[in-house]
Design a protein around this ligand. Structure first.
Ligand SMILES: Nc1ncnc2c1ncn2[C@@H]1O[C@H](COP(=O)(O)OP(=O)(O)OP(=O)(O)O)[C@@H](O)[C@H]1O
Ligand SMILES: [Mg+2]
Length: 461
């Protein structure tokens, strides 16, 4: 008897005639698929699951022998979060020391600026811990487009106990019932002057008010009021100091009205990490996750990260998972190459299609060196570069550097950056993530070949 099922002819019982060869083949193909379908249907845990519960416990199901390492890896490398844990905070000793000295010895207000992902917030977290240890009251605020002076500084006042106000003794009823400076503030709008006056009366403590993401506060009135309060606090020798941080290529971009407060602030551009600092990120993560990066793999991370703690964390995170997926607790160069592939995919999602197409075409045409030279120059500094930078950073000729600028301008991948009228023209990529994407694509092509271990890698082991 012949049964037709979804286009396949199957025979039930003994066929009267021998089944044609062509009909035997499909069942050979279909049988394992059907078996697999049954297995999957019966399998309760067929779909991907979370490995850990919301309370950070291992779920106990579906894990492999590396489940515990996987869970630890999540904390060891945190590309999407600032570092808050001192054990995972790498390097930055000199930067931190300079900030602390200017706060403590010079009583200056601090402005930290630098590119996205360079580690400003992580630095602020560690600074907060150090200041808290020294009994400072630290108020951390993340600014937004809607930040207003009144709201922001009222919230700060709420965290300063009234007992530190010279007008109230610590045993006064108000101090004892946990009142704060906010209780002294008027009902009408809080001005920089009123806030400064109040802070001038603080005694027995010191306060750091941290305004992170200051670049996001676009309201010029807010920015002017902050400059005003810095001036006011400085003139009155107040015990309150401000720390501002934000994305900016230069200081004046971050703080308008800067001339009035220049003498009162210490401004610091958060630098790229050194090779040794990036290797420290790798080493901290290794310790935290019980994972080993082989020397060449570490060297690759340094090469790809180009001093960016964000890229270092991202690559290490992906490379760690790639190694575990391959059943190893040692990360090899191939895993870093795999991590670069994953990172490229992530970056591609963030960049407009036309730019990506231009980049892809140049790579296909074998002109990736031009792209890589410009990307390297952008990544080496603050995103802006000129022909001389390309020449020096890539140790190439002036002719090649000008060619790269001409090509990338024609391809609409870079454009002139605003600058001084008489100065040589400087350029920047048209999109923020482009230099990193290009650099990753370049690394993808070169990583599998032998990249010599950087100096720091050789000395670190
Ligand atoms: N000292 C450090 N040690 C280890 N990892 C770091 C360090 N500094 C930064 N990172 C990592 O780099 C990434 C970016 O850090 P962070 O968020 O502090 O930068 P940012 O400058 O504040 O970025 P944004 O401009 O987006 O606010 C994070 O993944 C963080 O974990
Ligand atoms: Mg930040």
């Amino acid at each position: 008897m012949e049964i037709e099922l979804a286009g396949w002819k199957l025979f039930k019982g003994k066929p009267k005639t021998k089944a044609p060869r062509a009909e035997a083949a499909p069942s050979a193909v279909v049988k394992p698929l059907i078996r697999e379908a049954h297995r999957r249907g019966a399998e309760v845990g067929g779909l991907p699951r979370f490995n850990t519960t919301a309370s950070d416990q291992m779920s106990g199901r579906g894990g492999d022998r590396f489940s515990a390492v996987r869970a630890k890896l999540r904390h060891a490398f945190t590309p999407s979060q600032p570092v808050a844990d001192r054990r995972l905070f790498a390097g930055r000793d000199a930067v931190l020391k300079t900030i602390i000295r200017s706060i403590e010895d010079q009583r200056l207000h601090v402005v930290l600026y630098g590119e996205r992902g360079i580690g400003k917030t992580s630095l602020l977290h560690v600074l907060t811990q150090a200041a808290t240890e020294a009994r400072y009251i630290v108020v951390y605020t993340s600014c937004g487009a809607n930040s207003r002076f009144d709201e922001t500084f009222r919230a700060a006042a709420e965290q300063i106990p009234l007992l530190f106000h010279s007008g109230f003794s610590p045993t006064a009823a108000e101090s004892e019932k946990g009142s704060t400076l906010a209780d002294l503030l008027p009902g009408d709008a809080l001005t920089p002057r009123k806030f400064g006056d109040m802070c001038a009366r603080l005694t027995g403590t010191r306060v750091l008010i941290i305004l992170d993401e200051f670049d996001r506060a676009t309201d010029s009135e807010f920015r002017r009021d902050v400059a005003e309060v810095i001036k006011n606090l400085s003139d009155r020798l107040g015990r309150v100091q401000l720390v501002l941080a934000g994305v900016a290529a230069d200081l004046s971009e971050l703080v308008e009205h800067i001339p009035s407060i220049r003498r009162n602030i210490f401004a610091l551009r958060v630098p790229k990490m050194t090779e040794a600092e990036v290797l420290q990120i790798v080493a901290n993560g290794e310790r935290e996750a019980d994972l080993k990066f082989d020397t060449q793999a570490s060297a690759f991370v340094v090469e790809v990260a180009r001093g960016s703690p964000y890229i270092a964390n991202l690559i290490c995170h992906h490379a760690g998972h790639a190694a575990l997926d391959a059943g190893r607790a040692t990360v090899l160069p191939a895993d870093v190459a795999d991590a670069v592939d994953r990172t490229i995919l992530e970056f591609q999602g963030r960049i407009a299609t036309p730019s990506q197409q231009h980049v892809k075409r140049l790579f296909e045409q074998g002109r990736q060196d031009m792209l890589a030279m410009a990307a390297r120059s952008a990544l080496a500094g603050d995103g802006v570069f000129d022909a001389r930078d390309i020449e020096q950073i890539n140790e190439t000729s002036a002719r090649k550097a000008s060619e790269a600028i001409a090509l990338l301008t024609t391809e609409q991948l870079i454009r002139p950056a605003p600058g001084l009228i008489d100065a040589a023209p400087r350029y920047g990529f048209v999109e923020e993530g482009l230099p990193t994407l290009i650099w990753m694509m370049w690394a993808q092509r070169t990583l599998n070949r032998d990249i010599p271990a950087p100096r720091a890698a050789a000395t670190a082991s």
